[in-house]
Design a protein around this ligand. Structure first.
Ligand code: UN1
Length: 479
């Protein structure tokens, strides 16, 4: 294959052992390209190179890292339209959202460029005379980064940027479905002067490349975003090798709508949270918990707004929602639509339809009269589907919101300061949104959840240092 897209290992573009096809979920006749699928030997080569390259790179100090990240940010911004187009083509996110995601990746690199210069420690008095103690943050070494298909630019950025800022080397394994965006980011990182071996890209299946990363003795830590099942398997294997892990997994995020909510805020927040990005966000609002007094008015307005959404080709300027990302994901969504009916919900929408191009097009779905113990209210669907659960009071709403295996993001729409405050305090979630969608987060503050949603230190903002560094306590006696 002549123009195959290659892995980057030790600063060299390298083929894997075979190529995978990247196709556009908006138009299956659009073949985006062929991408190298790496092997365990490629991971080994990258891990050796990373280990060898670290001492000289660290000797250059934090300014070199800050400047590198800043150059990468600028270049991503300069190429945002081109990368965004690739992202929209391979993932199916509409073009404006895709370009915005790429710009967010640039902002993340810029932010962590600053953080590279702000690595701070402590000086603490010793209990012994003439002894001084300092506490410093040190890099972990070589870190494996395993990223999902739903944010092909932002999530690689929010793992790569802090890892590099704090003086680590990385091996990035992007999701098999979206190698194109990651490959463009890799090219930029390489061309902007990241030393050979400090950033490596190894594309390929999780069962091969991900597995090799998690088991490699030179890889000291793994940061993963993806499914609960894979996250659990990674945690088990990482424990075996005593690797540090950071896992971001699913959500079944509640959005509470109280009787006193402003529907002009609540309806758009729910449309955005449930359906934008085709519901393919771990922060999506998949349980709409609605108080009885506002229930019928809310459902009527939400149904209308949902049915007005234009689903179509991600590059069509008219589309508000792109296709589902893959055939497997679409089948899963359709199975849940059928399950919702079988469990006794009234289902609005959720059917597939033919567009001008052959793609995975599905209308957004609302599951009415859902109960919180139904499978459609408990399992993450990861598609454009939301269940409406009716409750009678704030207390019941909060209890239902918290009655889940997940704890990523929790939202409430209310005009009551008292209820907003009680919800912020009582929600068992890593992120709480008042009169805002559960999805769509800032890039400079901590991201993560509780229970089955997350494991290990938070991502993003200055809290990212907790995962991407280790602590050294040094004692010295002045004599
Ligand atoms: C967002 O809602 O802005 O995989 C970000 C995900 C999350 C990112 C969500 N890690 O959907």
């Amino acid at each position: 294959m002549t123009n195959a897209h290659l892995n980057l290992i030790d600063g060299i573009w390298m083929p894997g052992d075979h190529l995978t096809e990247n196709r556009n979920p908006s138009d299956l006749s659009d073949l985006i390209g062929h991408y190298a699928a790496g092997t365990a030997a490629d991971v080994d080569r990258a891990a050796q190179a990373a280990t060898g390259a670290l001492p000289a790179w660290l000797a250059k100090g934090p300014l070199a890292r800050a400047e590198l990240l800043d150059r990468i940010a600028r270049r991503i911004d300069a190429e945002a339209e081109v990368i965004g187009r690739m992202l929209a083509r391979e993932e199916g996110k509409i073009l404006p959202e895709a370009v915005a995601e790429v710009r967010r990746a640039a902002q993340i690199f810029r932010f962590f460029g600053g953080e590279a210069l702000r690595i701070a420690g402590d000086a603490i008095a010793s209990v012994r005379p003439d002894v001084d103690i300092t506490v410093t943050r040190e890099p972990l070494g070589v870190i494996g980064l395993i990223t999902p298909w739903n944010f092909p630019a932002a999530i690689p950025a929010w793992k790569v940027a802090p890892a590099l800022a704090f003086g680590n080397a990385v091996i990035l394994k992007p999701a098999d479905l979206v190698p194109g965006t990651a490959q463009m980011l890799a090219r930029i990182i390489h061309e902007e002067g990241c030393p050979a071996g400090i950033f490596n890209l190894v594309m390929g299946p999780g069962s091969v490349v991900g597995h090799a990363l998690v088991h490699h003795p030179l890889v000291t830590a793994i940061s993963f975003t993806g499914s609960v099942t894979t996250g659990r398997a990674i945690a088990r294997s990482a424990a075996e090798g005593m690797k540090k892990v950071q896992l971001e997994m699913g959500g079944k995020n509640p959005m509470v709508v109280l009787d006193d909510a402003d529907l002009d805020i609540a309806v758009p927040a729910c449309v955005n949270g449930a359906y934008f990005s085709t519901g393919q966000r771990c922060t999506a609002s998949s349980r709409l918990i609605v108080q009885s007094g506002i229930h019928d008015a809310f459902v009527a307005r939400l149904t209308g707004a949902m049915q007005d959404l234009r689903v179509g080709h991600a590059l069509d300027g008219d589309s508000q929602i792109g296709p589902v990302a893959s055939a497997a994901q679409l089948q899963g969504n359709l199975d849940y639509v059928a399950l919702a009916r079988a469990e006794g919900c009234e289902v609005i929408g959720g059917d597939t339809f033919d567009g001008p191009t052959e793609g995975f097009f599905q209308r957004p779905a609302l599951f009415l009269n859902a109960r919180n113990d139904m499978r459609v209210s408990r399992e993450e669907i990861f598609g454009p589907c939301a269940a409406v659960i009716r409750v009678d009071s704030f207390d019941e709403a909060l209890a239902v919101a918290n009655d889940t295996d997940f704890g990523l993001s929790a939202g409430i729409c209310t005009a009551s300061l008292k209820h907003a405050r009680a919800f912020r305090q009582g929600a068992k979630a890593g992120m709480v949104m008042v009169n805002l969608p559960t999805a769509g987060v800032d890039f400079h503050v901590p991201f993560g959840g509780t229970k089955g949603s997350s494991h290990g230190p938070r991502e993003q903002g200055r809290y990212a240092a907790e995962f991407f560094t280790t602590i050294k306590t040094s004692y010295s006696f002045a004599g």
